[in-house]
Design a protein around this ligand. Structure first.
Ligand SMILES: Cc1ncc(COP(=O)(O)O)c(C=O)c1O
Length: 416
């Protein structure tokens, strides 16, 4: 064991009084693996496999097309949306699960523009996850004379970019690279005081911290379920629209699933009056079923407990790493204060890619984001304080021995 005695004692003490300690038994995780990448893809909840089996063998193989009714397949987007709503502080009829986050960003941006047709500015963050920016570009190219203003390019702070011309502000609650959080309430108030609509991307906050969309009067939000909601690879994303906007809002992907009477097979489009107007076409039922267990599992826990442990986990990792970081040229990209960051610690190093590969070989899974960021996500439902102390000790060992210099760690795969 590489962890020193003092760190061992701290980790053991914290684990002994952790109310979430037993939750990890609900996941499949390879023995001895320290999985710090739940911010990219959460592990498989054990309960998901019974759902997948049942859907494949019974609903698909035996009941076939009848399952659209008998197994409630058609209702899955709203039913799953209602569970997600509980987790992110919305009402059950304000969230629908569907499509991907990227597609939902497209719909949400258009929806916001439909509420502010007289305005022409879209505000976003240059540092946001690239797909958010690409979708902003795509939406601007499909609408007339829209101007894009970016935090980090047109001004250092997003607040100063929002004015009487701003139609919509698209912003991440947690920055994917650094883990830095936004003050959802303050930014929503600022955007709305200027008459703009605000959309939050919750990919790095849903399932890991209180979001409280309605408490903060947020207009629209999107997010994925394959990270901290443990929905499985490529699981459906979600979209939230506040009830007060549902009657007026429009989105252009007017597929038949968003129609108010899809099985009337009308020749013209007439949107569902509720949240289902954000649906487009047939949804991936197997993926919906695989996602169910992760959502239900997360809903069982008090989000304040999850946040409390998440902050303690990241604090412990940071304090352990800071004991040796400077000596080996490791910097901190995340906010130093737990309240100002999500559930990740991002470290910098010029050879970050190689160090992450060396860690993976030693059973500590994090990931690398260009140009020099090593990301470590700490999901409180399956990460222990002991895992944290061990991960920090293994990182120190890799830096000390410089094993990461071995040429085998330089090889780049398609997905980092
Ligand atoms: C903040 C953020 N937004 C959007 C996405 C992309 O989502 P999707 O691939 O589901 O479209 C990601 C993916 O990691 C993300 O981190």
């Amino acid at each position: 064991m590489l962890t020193n005695q003092r760190s061992q004692a701290i980790a053991q003490e914290l684990d002994s009084r952790d109310p979430l300690a037993n939750a990890k038994d609900k996941f499949f995780l390879p023995k001895d693996l320290i999985y710090l990448d739940g911010n990219s893809l959460g592990p498989a909840p054990k309960a998901a496999f019974a759902d997948i089996e049942k859907t494949a063998h019974r609903e698909w193989a035996q009941d076939l097309i009848g399952s659209w009714n008998s197994a409630g397949w058609f209702e899955l987007p709203s039913k799953s949306g209602a569970v997600i709503a509980d987790i992110i502080g919305a009402q059950n009829d304000e969230v629908v699960a569907c499509d991907t986050t990227s597609i939902n960003i497209f719909k949400a941006l258009h929806a916001a523009l439909s509420l502010r047709p007289e305005r022409n500015v879209i505000v976003a963050e240059a540092a946001s996850f690239p797909t958010d920016l690409y979708m902003v570009e795509g939406v601007a190219s499909t609408t007339q004379s829209k101007t894009i203003r970016l935090e980090g390019v047109d001004a250092p702070e997003i607040e100063t970019l929002i004015d009487e011309n701003t139609a919509v502000v698209l912003v991440n609650q947690v920055d994917y690279r650094t883990g830095k959080t936004r003050d959802v309430g303050a930014l929503t108030r600022h955007a709305q005081a200027n008459g703009a609509i605000i959309i939050f991307d919750l990919c790095h906050s849903a399932g890991i911290m209180p979001v409280e969309l309605n408490q903060h009067n947020v207009d629209l939000a999107v997010g994925c379920t394959y990270k901290y909601l443990n929905g499985g690879p490529g699981s459906p994303a979600f979209i939230f629209c506040a009830n007060r906007h549902l009657a007026d809002v429009q989105q252009p992907l007017s597929g038949w699933w968003g129609h108010q009477t899809p099985f009337a097979f009308d020749q013209s489009y007439s949107p569902d009056p509720g949240i289902r107007k954000f649906l487009c076409g047939t949804q991936p039922i197997l993926s919906f079923r695989a996602m169910q267990a992760g959502l239900e599992l997360t809903r069982q826990y008090d989000m304040r407990e999850i946040r409390k442990k998440s902050m303690a986990l990241t604090d412990l990792f940071l304090s352990e790493v800071m004991n040796f970081a400077e000596e080996y040229g490791v910097g901190l990209a995340s906010p130093a204060k737990a309240e100002s960051r999500g559930s990740q610690i991002s470290l910098t190093h010029d050879s970050g890619y190689e160090i992450i590969q060396a860690l993976i070989e030693r059973g500590v899974v994090g990931d690398f984001r260009t140009p020099n960021i090593m990301r470590f996500g700490f999901a409180p439902l399956y990460i222990s304080f002991q895992n944290v102390a061990d991960a920090a000790a293994i990182l120190k060992d890799i830096l000390e021995t410089e094993i990461w210099r071995d040429p085998r760690f330089k090889q780049k795969s398609a997905v980092t």
